[in-house]
Write a protein that binds this ligand. Structure first.
Ligand SMILES: [Zn+2]
Length: 429
């Protein structure tokens, strides 16, 4: 909905004052959804017969019965009930269109606003075909929408890949369960689904809290009747877990949740994030309940492992870096003199160019000198960068290529690496 709102805003739509308990009136929500529908139609226009009939399921139009009175209260009640079968609705879809308003987003990374919602889980887990609807800004600043069809499995594999890179191990287990069901038993999958749903609920400031159980209904082996799901997310979740107790050990959920800070809630607190290395042993290492704010590692995590990004190749110290100055010119003491010299020469040349620009008749020579100074300074930066290797992070060097003369070979690449300190089977510097 947030992305559809952005589309409507860009088109100049001004919503009516917010009704009680909702951000937009029913009429406005449908108008906003129509903006998304128009964008979808503009993207499908180039595909196949433009006069074809296509049936689209869109929640604001389809979650309630349009034969019933269309006022906010009736629709809200029907909508609340119907959300309990959302997983079945999306499971039955021929294809699921995934969209967010961000420029060039492919919707598979954890940062995508679509993937952060509670209802993303039932929408995507059983989709046969996924169509990525992506907007891309063209050179004339116009946003162009395009469709990229793919199989649901391939889409979920990409999401699984990015979940692992972001250390989102519960999300990783959920996708691993759907793309390769034999690898992850129901015990782990249900656990991951529940923890991920609670986490998203909390991240959304409990906006969808009353839907917590409904979002999971239809994803677990046994489902609840819609009439048994109410307006309390915790109660619905507890009922679902009770129905599925043959597949799931609820004690393991208790083992990974902190104690609730709110005594009025008869439920566990928020889940403790799994640390890298203990994600498959979570219930064991977190068996002693602790407040999640106190310690980053649960008390039984003895090793405190860490996931490291490993590069395959050495890299020259000549690329933009967010945390420190770019290029070897700034990171090596032995060429500090060159750094100071080049800086002062650049300052003097810039001063001379400024004087020339200010003098009558020398404007062109002043600008040329500015330009040449910038080029010369960049050349010095690049040359210094080629003399040194990037010395942050971890790199894998194959023994058959680097062999016994590791230090000598590395020393040829970067003088600082001529002498290394041995550590275990590896070297570090
Ligand atoms: Zn996206």
């Amino acid at each position: 909905m947030h992305s559809a709102v952005e589309l409507a805003r860009e088109a100049g739509f001004v919503p009516a004052p917010a009704p009680e308990g909702r951000e937009y009136t029913l009429a406005d929500r449908r108008t906003i959804s129509a903006y998304f529908l128009r964008l979808y139609c503009s993207a499908t226009r180039s595909q196949g017969n433009p006069d074809r009939t296509e049936y689209v399921w869109l929640d604001e139009f389809c979650l309630s019965d349009d034969q019933q009175p269309q006022n906010d209260e009736t629709v809200a009640a029907q909508r609340s009930t119907e959300l309990g079968r959302l997983a079945d609705i999306f499971r039955g879809a021929l294809q699921v269109v995934v969209f967010c308003h961000e420029d060039s987003c492919d919707h598979t990374k954890p940062e995508c606003i679509w993937g952060q919602r509670l209802f993303t889980i039932p929408e995507i887990l059983h989709a046969e075909t996924v169509v990525r609807l992506t907007r891309r800004r063209l050179e004339d600043n116009i946003m162009m929408a395009k469709l990229f069809p793919t199989t649901g499995r391939a889409f979920r594999l990409r999401m699984q890949h990015y979940a692992a890179l972001a250390n989102r191990w519960h999300l990783y287990a959920i996708f691993q369960h759907t793309v390769n069901a034999g690898a992850v038993p129901w015990q782990v999958a249900i656990h991951a689904l529940v923890v991920e749903a609670i986490r998203r609920d909390e991240a959304g400031n409990f906006h969808d809290h009353k839907f917590l159980g409904k979002a999971l209904n239809g994803l677990l082996p046994r489902r609840a009747r819609l009439s048994d799901l109410g307006n309390n997310g915790w109660n619905d979740l507890a009922w679902l877990l009770e129905l599925n107790q043959g597949f799931y050990n609820a004690a393991s959920l208790a083992a990974v949740c902190s104690i609730s800070a709110d005594n009025s809630v008869a439920w566990l607190g928020k889940p403790i994030d799994p640390a890298a290395g203990n994600e498959r042993l979570e219930p064991v290492v977190t068996a002693f309940p602790i407040s999640s704010d106190v310690a980053p590692n649960p008390p039984l995590t003895i090793i405190a492992g860490e996931t490291l990004g490993l590069r395959k190749h050495l890299k020259r110290d000549a690329r933009k870096h967010l945390k420190r100055d770019a290029f070897g010119l700034y990171n090596n003491e032995e060429i500090k003199g060159l750094k100071i010299l080049s800086w002062w020469v650049a300052v003097v040349l810039v001063l001379i160019s400024s004087i020339l620009v200010g003098s009558p008749g020398h404007l062109t020579s002043g600008i040329v000198l500015y330009y040449v100074t910038a080029i010369l300074y960049c050349i010095v930066e690049l040359l210094a960068g080629t003399m040194y290797l990037e010395r942050e992070g971890w790199v894998f060097l194959e023994d058959s290529l680097w062999g016994d003369k590791l230090e000598a070979k590395l020393g040829e690449q970067d003088n600082n690496l001529r002498s290394l300190t041995r550590w275990g089977m590896f070297h570090y510097y």
